[in-house]
Design a protein around this ligand. Structure first.
Ligand SMILES: [Zn+2]
Length: 347
């Protein structure tokens, strides 16, 4: 046998042995060991490359080419094996980790609307059905909008009815009622007719107790146009009360006083707890006060940009917290904003 034949025989052997070992490889780890042993720096085929220098000059190109072929063949075999192992692993995973789409899912806890939001939405829907729009106005107001334009000039004693949060900026305060929105919507729409409700948060500087909070929600009602009368105020509010409290709800208007309406009244609804018999909720009167109302004061109309000789209007305001308290017989107004999930879950 010539040297050349011997060397070529050696390469064939390297290739045959390597491929036969590869055939038995079953996992990634064994494959990596095989790669190191057969294609790594000290593998037999690499050894052939590094010893080429010791061969006869004529033999070198031939042996180099042959060794290259072996290495290429081993690399191709490695790649194919990698592919096969991956496929096998995937098939195994599909068999053992089957997804059962009929299993029940993880329960998702359902949220719900805050009781005040629920009541507010009901009121909004009722007025919406009657053709009212919703108008949002700022919670931070100027002294003028909160008082002066509502017929309470500076130093007017009526201002004492509201314990007010003033800010460090002169003349800027947290609105004590939703009524400043009346002026804003009037100034925006004048001289067009207006039929809106103004819902939102209001703030008062109060001692916290079971009956009073520093923040509470109100809804204001405002209608302005030519020839709006007290009869329309009465009809609209009675209709509203029936839609909110039920077809049989009884209502009554009592004379009252507010600086921004003239004449003014308060509306009571027959106690829905005792049916008018008298109980602790209605303080034995058989009636529950639900809102204040009246014809928009001429001064307020004028500040809003409407000529009081041509236009008239009515307004009403109700506290959402109070009526929700009564509705659900909640014993403490502070529950609404404590974010106690045990309380909120009940609605
Ligand atoms: Zn009662």
């Amino acid at each position: 046998m010539t040297d050349q034949a011997k060397e070529l025989e050696k390469l064939t052997q390297i290739r045959t042995e390597a491929l036969s070992v590869l055939a038995d490889v079953r996992d990634e780890e064994a494959l990596e060991a095989w790669r190191v042993a057969n294609l790594g720096r000290s593998s037999p085929v690499m050894h052939v490359f590094s010893s080429l220098g010791q061969l006869d000059k004529e033999l070198r190109p031939l042996m180099g080419q042959a060794a290259n072929e072996v290495r290429t063949a081993l690399e191709a075999a490695l790649e194919e094996k990698q592919h096969l192992l991956k496929e096998a692993a995937l098939r195994k995973a599909l068999e053992t980790e089957q997804l059962d789409v009929t299993m029940p899912g993880r329960p998702v806890e359902r949220g719900r609307l805050h009781p005040l939001t629920q009541v507010l939405r009901r009121i909004t829907r009722i007025f919406g059905d009657m053709g009212f729009q919703v108008y949002h106005s700022p919670e931070v107001e100027t002294d003028d909008y909160n008082f002066t334009y509502l017929n309470m000039p500076p130093y007017h004693p009526a201002r004492d009815m509201w314990d007010t949060f003033y800010t460090k900026d002169e003349g800027v305060l947290l609105r004590t009622h939703t009524s400043p929105g009346q002026i804003r919507v009037m100034r925006e729409r004048a001289p067009e007719p207006i039929r809106v409700i103004l819902p939102g948060a209001t703030m008062r500087y109060e001692q916290l107790s079971a009956r009073s909070e520093i923040e509470f929600a109100q809804v204001e009602v405002l209608v302005v146009g030519e020839g709006v009368t007290f009869a329309e105020l009465k009809g609209t509010l009675e209709d509203f009360a029936r839609r909110l409290f039920g077809e049989d709800a009884r209502t009554r208007l009592r004379p009252s006083h507010f600086p921004f309406t003239e004449p003014s009244a308060e509306m009571d609804v027959g106690c829905f707890v005792c049916g008018g018999e008298g109980c602790a909720v209605c303080k034995e009167t058989g009636w529950l006060e639900i809102l204040g109302c009246g014809m928009v004061h001429p001064v307020v109309l004028e500040y809003g940009g409407y000529d009081p000789l041509v236009y008239s209007g009515f307004a009403a305001g109700m506290g959402i917290d109070r009526s929700t308290l009564m509705r659900y017989r909640i014993d403490d107004i502070r529950h609404f904003r404590n974010n106690d999930i045990r309380f909120l879950r009940q609605f």
